[in-house]
Design a protein around this ligand. Structure first.
Ligand code: BTN
Length: 252
């Protein structure tokens, strides 16, 4: 399969793949030889695209499938959720710059517009002692696809939201630009700015909605997400409920 190494407008090393199994897998395989601050790999099509709970499906040439490799060695393992927050915030900001806005971050790291999922993010980290040696942020943006499989959870796309086709390169550039500047902020220690940016855009924050945990469905108000990544809910009996990833889901 052809591999092209290009430079983006913002000067980033940029690997373009006509087809690959998964851009996350590609960067993880080559992570040790890619020591630039940020390396970007983009694919037109993935044969084994991965999502948080299974395969990530995407029509060939309609969407954006890419991953960003960084080496955030200043980030301690206990602060690892900052990488998710930074990734979500950069995608939201990038999309806000090109569209009518209204995007939110559904805990832990989906990007929604109203009740539809526009972007999925898969983050894979490699730790070295207490530090993060490699971080691969995989991003799938539904750009121009208009119909989706019934099994997908609440899919939508930028084309459906905006009522027009979008230039995928512009969407990519906008997200990557935000990612670069937030990554610099992260390395310079602006943890609080990133956390606040994430919380400000948090889907259904302060609202009462349905959730589902291992014991069943219940109504609760989403109070916050802690720096550790735990979500904190207040149920109708006034009880505080705190959950880690995958222990609770929104009902949409
Ligand atoms: C999710 O399930 O919400 C996360 C989906 C992440 C998909 C992207 S597409 C580019 C990168 N490569 C992968 O195999 N997955 C991520």
């Amino acid at each position: 399969m052809p591999v092209l190494t290009l430079k983006s407008r913002s000067g980033l090393r940029f690997i373009w793949l006509e087809e690959t199994a998964s851009t996350n897998d590609y960067l993880r395989l080559h992570s040790k030889e890619m020591q630039d601050p940020i390396t970007l790999a983009v694919a037109e099509y993935q044969t084994k695209g991965r999502g948080a709970t299974g395969a990530w499906q995407s029509e060939r040439g309609a969407n954006l499938l890419f991953s960003l490799l960084t080496h955030p060695t200043t980030v301690e393992a206990k602060d690892i959720f900052l990488l998710s927050q930074m990734a979500c915030l950069s995608v939201c900001r990038g999309l806000e710059a090109l569209s009518k806005g209204g995007f939110s971050i559904k805990w832990p790291n989906d990007i929604y517009w109203r009740d539809g999922k526009v972007v999925g993010i898969l983050i894979e980290n490699e730790l070295q002692g207490r530090r993060v040696a490699d971080c691969v942020v995989g991003i799938g943006v539904n750009v121009n696809q208009r119909s989706f499989g019934k099994e997908l959870p609440n899919p939508t796309s930028l084309a459906i939201i905006e009522g027009r086709e979008l230039d995928r390169t512009l969407v990519l550039e906008a997200i990557v630009e935000e990612f670069s500047s937030l990554y610099t902020a992260l390395c310079e220690g602006d943890h609080e700015g990133i956390r606040q940016g994430y919380l400000k855009r948090l889907f259904r924050k302060g609202e009462r909605h349905g959730f589902c945990d291992s014991r069943g469905e219940f109504m609760a108000t989403l109070e916050t997400v802690e720096p550790t990544g735990h979500i904190v809910l207040r149920d109708d009996e006034g009880r505080r409920r705190r959950y880690a990833f995958k222990e609770v889901q929104h009902i949409i």
